[in-house]
Every structure is written in structure tokens, then in C-alpha cells.
Design a protein around this ligand. Structure first.
Ligand code: BG6
Length: 486
């Protein structure tokens, strides 16, 4: 143990949650249905098969919309943060959180996305949350869109494929700035904007059956373009409306290594990593990289742009880059190379790394490499806004011993420290799911990330009581000493 710390004074330590994975209260106080309310818990599907878990069809959406219960829809229940927020925020404050990343459910404010005026009851909920955070000295980092767009927009317009959704989103974002701007300085526009390719419905409301045959990729890039434009427009609005506000993009950092040093492996790996950077390239540098434009041309994909779009992207770029980091993977030219799942990706297995029970490869060094690479590439402050390990926890005599989680975090924090020592401007770290929540990928409760345990199972049984795990006390000390206890 050393007594030194590299973390800068004022470093924002905290945790991250998303409305649809914690709030519950899916049909309360005027909230409309969101795409997250369609996600079913599938007990008989292999937990490593994220694609099957996240798959929806027109028929499954119809059935889910008609089903008014939450039995098979855990995201409708979350962990009932809607009614427990004071208790949960108090626990975060007890751990010493300087910040909490959370999202605003679009459908609490605009139930179908097309209303012209917001639902005041939805506004009141978030106002209360922000007031309480302010009282506790917890700085909010707010995601405007985290996998929870109005279902009505998905069904009517195939989500972000239609340009008009930009206007609906800009209206929603502006209400957030007007009503919550006095509490919120840090904003993120789209959670893991790159994930549109991996789960288009969750990310952008795209129902694949609605795309004409052969047009699936075209629709995805069109929707992505609309999100880029919307992100730029609301960045401008936030800056104009909230003095001192900072807006960031948010990407899934999917670090990929070549399985071998064979040039073919290295080339494929380079392409993967460049593709992963494309989204931040647009949002930080304000333009589509030439290689992406060429690739789209080669694939016959033509993004419809309106006059002024390129100028908008160039003019209203983000202030910082935020990203999630859970795992890394390898790449190989050998089609038979062994594969393993990661965060909604199937990568080549790296023989040097251990994996979680869900197959995600644990790689703390990959976090340092990501930090160095991202800072060098973009030269703007960085935030790690998701990181953590999904694991099964057991309660014994009211206690949860989770040394595996402590080991995971400790190893990642050490790498963050090294990156800061090498000059990276890292300003915040929010662990994913500081309180257990419903998994985005598999809708399980039993895939736990928290420092705080929630007594609920995959089918919603339980008291929903909160219990502190061993890692709660450990993280508290890390924050208290600003990393010197590591
Ligand atoms: C990120 C998402 O990709 O990964 C979160 O932004 C999600 O919403 C997290 O919960 C972990 O994934 P999962 O599938 O384990 O919940």
C-alpha cells in the first residue's frame, strides 16, 4: 500500500445509473412506455447470448405493449429508485460520492415524445432528485438518452430513422436545460452512441422488421446521423442556456488487441479500433472521418444530409469525452479463433485474460491503454462513466463478501492512477451500478454490479431492502483518501 495519490484535487468519484434500470414506476405519474419497457426477462436463454436477450420483433412489442403487468419486464420494476431515491442518495453520500451519473427518462417528461408541453409530475420527480443531490453535495452528470426513448416514436417512425425525431429530442433536451439547468452542469447526450449497430432498438428505437429488405444498414447510419445532429444542436442549446455547462459524448470503449502479430491480425484490429473511434471523431472533431465516408460509399450507403448538417456538426462539438469500459477483446484473421462475449459484442478470446461468469474478459491494463489513446487522440478531458463487474453475490447472515469486486476495481483504479501520472486529464470516474440494478443486456437482477445489494430476484420477488456489501466500505475509503488508500 502506498500513501500517495495521483488523483487531482476535486476528482469526481461516484457511480452511474440509468433511469430504466433503476427507477421502476413504469406506469406512474403519467409516464409513457419506453423501449426499455419492452425488454423481457428470458430465463431459458443462455446468459452469454446477449443478442437473443435483446432481440425484439413487431409481435413481441405488440404483446408487451398490451401486457400491463411487470412480471416478465424487470426494467418496469428496476429497483424502485422512484420511491427509494432519498434512501439511495443517502447511501451514496455515505460512501462520499462527489458525483452521480443518472439519466432522465424521456417518457416521464414526454410520454409519447410528441407532446408539446412536458408532464409536470415527471419534472417534479427529477427536481426533487436534483434538490436532494444538491443538499448532499453530489454533482449530477446527466445522460439525456440512455436506452429509453419513447416507444411511440419507435413504432410510428422507426425511431431515429426519421429526421423529425430530432425536433422531439431537442424539445425534450431544452425542457431539461430550462428546468434542471440550475442544478446540472455536466450533460451527456447519447449513451454509447456506437451501440446503434449492436442493438438498434434499444439505442435508437429501430425495429428491424420495419426496414426495407437490404436497407437495414442504411437505416442505422441514417438514424445515427440524426443522433449526431441532435447531439450537436443540444450541445449548442446547453451552452447558450446554462452558463458554464459542459457537454460530453459517450462511447463504449471496446479495446481490441491483435491475437497475434501477424500483419493480417494487426490490420483487422486497427480497423476495429478505428471504427470504435468513429463516433467520438464526429462529436469531438466535428466531421465524419474520410475512411468512414469511403467505407459507406463502397457499401452503397448514402446518408441523407440536409444543408447545414455538416456545419452544425463542425460548430457544436463536445467539451469532453466520456466512455464506458468493462472489458477488452482480441481480433484474428482466423475464422476459427475461439470467441467470447463482451459488452454486447462477440470478440476473439484473449488467452492472457480471465473472464467474468458472463464471459466478459477482465483487463485493467486495457483501461490505461484506452485512457492514453483517447486523450492523445482528442486532447479534451476524459470521464470514465461506466466500469464494473457483473457478478453473482451471496448473502450470508445479512453480509455480502465481495472480494472479487474489490479486486476488479482496485486493479482498474491502479491503472487510472498510472494513466494520470503519464499526463492523462481524467476528471471523473463513475462505477456502473453502485447499487444493484437490472441488467441492460439480459434484464437480470442477479447480474450484480453494486456496492449496495438490493434484495430482489430476477422475477421481482424480494423486500427491495438495501444492504451494504464489503465493497461499500472499501470504496468509501478510496474516495475519502482520493485514491491514496489503493
Ligand atoms: C453499458 C450500458 O453498456 O453496459 C449499461 O450503458 C449497462 O446500461 C452496462 O447496464 C452493463 O451491461 P449489462 O448488460 O451487464 O447490464
Amino acid at each position: 500500500m502506498t500513501n500517495t495519490t495521483s488523483f487531482p484535487k476535486g476528482f469526481l468519484w461516484g457511480g452511474a445509473i440509468a433511469a430504466n434500470q433503476v427507477e421502476g414506476a413504469w406506469n406512474v405519474d403519467g409516464k409513457g412506455l419506453s423501449v426499455a419497457d419492452m425488454a423481457t426477462y428470458k430465463p431459458n436463454v443462455d446468459n452469454k447470448d446477449f443478442a437473443a436477450h435483446m432481440h425484439v420483433t413487431l409481435q413481441s412489442i405488440k404483446e408487451a405493449s398490451e401486457d400491463k403487468s411487470d412480471k416478465w419486464y424487470p426494467k418496469r420494476r428496476g429497483v424502485d429508485f422512484y420511491h427509494h431515491y432519498k434512501e439511495d442518495l443517502a447511501l451514496f453520500a455515505e460512501m462520499g460520492f462527489k458525483t452521480l451519473r443518472l439519466s432522465i427518462a424521456w417518457t416521464r417528461l414526454f410520454p409519447t415524445g410528441e407532446e408539446l408541453e412536458p408532464n409536470e409530475k415527471g419534472i417534479a420527480f427529477y427536481e426533487n432528485v436534483f434538490k436532494e443531490m444538491h443538499r448532499l453535495g453530489i454533482e449530477p452528470i446527466v445522460t439525456l438518452s440512455h436506452y429509453e426513448m419513447p416507444l411511440a416514436l419507435a413504432v410510428k417512425y422507426n425511431g431515429w430513422v426519421e429526421r423529425r425525431v430530432i425536433d422531439d429530442f431537442v424539445r425534450f433536451a431544452n425542457v431539461c436545460f430550462d428546468r434542471f439547468g440550475k442544478y446540472v452542469k455536466y450533460w451527456l447526450t447519447f449513451n454509447e452512441i456506437d451501440s446503434i449497430h449492436r442493438h438498434p432498438f434499444t439505442t435508437a428505437g429501430i425495429i428491424q422488421e420495419k426496414s426495407a429488405e437490404g436497407q437495414e444498414a442504411q437505416d442505422i447510419y441514417q438514424a445515427l446521423h440524426h443522433q449526431f445532429v441532435a447531439s450537436a444542436l443540444v450541445t449548442k442549446d446547453a451552452h447558450e442556456k446554462i452558463p458554464g455547462s459542459q457537454v460530453g459524448c459517450m462511447l463504449t470503449k471496446l479495446m481490441t488487441y491483435p491475437l497475434t502479430c501477424a500483419p493480417e491480425d494487426v490490420e483487422l484490429t486497427l480497423k476495429k479500433n478505428l471504427e470504435n473511434n468513429f463516433y467520438a471523431d464526429v462529436q469531438v472533431k466535428g466531421e465524419y472521418p474520410a475512411r468512414i465516408e469511403k467505407d459507406l460509399e463502397n457499401r452503397g450507403i448514402q446518408i441523407k444530409m440536409e444543408e447545414g448538417d455538416r456545419k452544425t456538426l463542425k460548430q457544436y462539438t463536445v467539451d469532453f469525452v466520456s466512455f464506458s469500459y468493462y472489458m477488452s477483446m482480441a481480433e484474428s484473421a482466423d475464422p476459427n479463433a475461439e470467441r467470447t462475449p463482451g459488452n454486447t459484442v462477440l470478440g476473439v478470446k484473449n488467452p492472457h485474460l480471465p473472464s467474468t461468469d458472463w464471459g466478459w474478459q477482465i483487463d485493467p491494463k486495457g483501461l490505461k491503454i484506452s485512457l492514453i489513446e483517447l486523450y492523445d487522440r482528442y486532447q479534451v478531458p476524459l470521464m470514465i462513466v461506466e466500469n464494473g463487474m457483473g457478478a453473482v453475490d451471496t448473502v450470508e447472515d445479512g453480509k455480502i463478501h465481495d472480494p472479487y469486486r474489490i479486486d476488479y476495481f482496485k486493479a482498474h483504479f491502479q491503472q487510472m492512477k498510472e494513466a494520470i501520472d503519464e499526463g492523462v486529464d481524467l476528471i471523473a470516474y463513475t462505477s456502473w451500478g453502485p447499487i444493484d440494478l437490472v441488467s441492460a443486456g439480459t434484464s437480470q437482477m442477479s447480474k450484480r454490479y453494486g456496492f449496495i445489494y438490493v434484495d430482489a430476484d430476477d422475477e421481482g420477488n424480494g423486500t427491495y431492502n438495501r444492504l451494504k456489501k464489503d465493497s461499500f466500505h472499501w470504496y468509501k475509503e478510496v474516495i475519502e483518501t482520493n485514491g491514496a488508500s489503493l
